[in-house]
Design a protein around this ligand. Structure first.
Ligand code: G4P
Length: 188
């Protein structure tokens, strides 16, 4: 999506050779009109029967909500820690974060994903792919179908997307970063 790539070029802040900070329009402060256009693009890409969007807290929530609004369906987010607000049978996955060097247990109540659901998994960044893989595991443990995965930004050089594609899942990115070097972001 050219508009997103241009915005990343203009406002993204590179840290080292791996991290791009997009807090000014995508993460901490969100440009809601861009968010809406991204959700419309997702609906154009996945022109099929989706019954629910699934994401992970915190940064995936806004994107998932915008997508779900376009399809007029609910979205569900996985919590990273077992909170006292969760009740009933829970489905969990262990997700290792390379960025933060920590293991998170992510949790969704089983009642929120039915075996008849057709799920689109959404997140902000795709790096090593552990978050998406954890969400795929939860959705499939609930017996639902993963129609595909969509992320706002894929960092292709970290290879998580290709590992998931090799398993047969459809993974789409609105912007794919091929390489970051010397503060220059190169897109695919
Ligand atoms: P993975 O899920 O693809 O394996 O990636 P990883 O564990 O490395 O990423 C974990 C967290 O770091 C995620 O957020 C992800 O969105 C974020 N992240 C990864 N690469 C970048 C980047 O280049 N820039 C920014 N801004 N974020 C990145 P999180 O820890 O779950 O945090 P949050 O969703 O609670 O904000």
């Amino acid at each position: 999506m050219d508009e997103l790539k241009e915005r990343i070029q203009k406002e993204g802040k590179v840290e080292g050779n791996e991290i791009v900070k997009v807090g000014s329009f995508l993460n901490q402060q969100i440009d809601t009109s861009l968010l809406k256009r991204m959700a419309q693009e997702v609906k154009r890409l996945f022109n099929e029967n989706i019954t629910k969007v699934v994401t992970i807290e915190a940064s995936g929530i806004a994107f998932a909500c915008a997508i779900a609004t376009e399809y007029n369906i609910p979205f569900v987010f996985a919590k990273k820690n077992n909170s006292s607000n969760l009740s009933g049978e829970l489905v969990c996955a262990q997700v290792y974060s390379f960025t933060h060097n920590e293991m998170n247990r992510i949790v969704i109540p089983k009642a929120y994903i039915k075996s008849t659901d057709q799920i689109l998994i959404a997140d902000d960044f795709l790096a090593n792919g552990k978050s998406l893989q954890g969400l795929i595991n939860i959705v499939e443990e609930c017996g639902a179908k993963v129609v595909g995965c969509v992320v706002q930004i894929e960092k292709e050089f970290q290879n998580g997307g290709n590992a998931i594609r090799r398993k047969g899942y459809r993974v789409e990115a609105l912007a794919s970063i091929k390489e970051i070097s010397d503060d220059i972001i190169k897109f695919n």
